[in-house]
Design a protein around this ligand. Sequence first.
Ligand code: SF4
Length: 341
Amino acid sequence: MASRYDAEIDDLSGLLGDLPAYRSRQVFEGLHKNLASPQEMTNLPQDLRDLLETALPSALREVEKTVTDDGETTKWAFALDEKSAIETVLMNYRQRVTVCVSTQAGCAMGCTFCATGQGGFFRHLTVGEIVEQYIVAAREAQPRRVTNIVFMGMGEPMANYDNMMAAVNRLHHAIGISARKITISTVGIVPGIRRLTQEPLQLNLAVSLHSANDVRRNELVPMNKRYPLSALGDACMEYVETTNRRLSFEWALIDGVNDTDRDIKELVAYARPLKAHVNLIPLNPTPGYLVRGTSKERVQEFFSALNEQGIMTTVRNTRGSEIAAACGQLAVPVSFSRPPV
Ligand code: SF4
């Protein structure tokens, strides 16, 4: 077991030595609802607290914690084992508190502008490793409560579908996060979108589009060669029609690459039938991709052109760019991938 949050309530009795049902419930609720560490669960006998601590250890070892945006953004780098590390981000806004979680250590999708993609893939995260990221961030956020969870950290959530969805179910059923406040992002893994369409929970879907032209998208998002725009559009349409949920397209604006008038035209034609909301993300610099983000003036022009043509658009506030925690920037530096000393 990788994390104490991997255990379902029915597993606890076996793992902690034949617990009566009410004790299992106390442990499960203490961990998930009260965000408590074993020693903080004062309703449990001391020997059970000690056993919980040693038999079901925590999976995330903090190797770095960085706070920026006047204390409103916190980013953690966690070591999972000797080879793998991940990052988690907590963002406090006036109206909401959002946690961005990782689903894989590294990523195999290879998007050219993304720091994580440049670093390669290590492994899938377990259910508990995903849930534990939320727990750490939610403890930090107190006394505020986490309202939103975005699966937009390191990795492609659809490539680790079963664990991702089990974590979503735990966050919703055991912790009480509204499904409508949970967003799953993808580069456009069509079978994953189709599975998500069949889920009973009303989750949000965010597709990292970045180009509505197959030639250019093949370069930015190599997975487009497998699931081109027409197949992606069909899956998105089925999602929207079946779930009635909002679809959003993420678009990292790159100077001279996907911010031209032609890009606007192609994006409008692609987004309109899907009634998709577009999030524009001024590209953040990453070490392995030597291009510039779009200028502020051009971001504004791009934004206005989309809105004028009826496409609901927002410019994403690139929270935490100075600590490399903004979108497409989650990549633990190589030194963090080694076992912490
Ligand atoms: S943008 Fe997302 S899917 Fe693409 S390489 Fe980066 S983490 Fe993976």
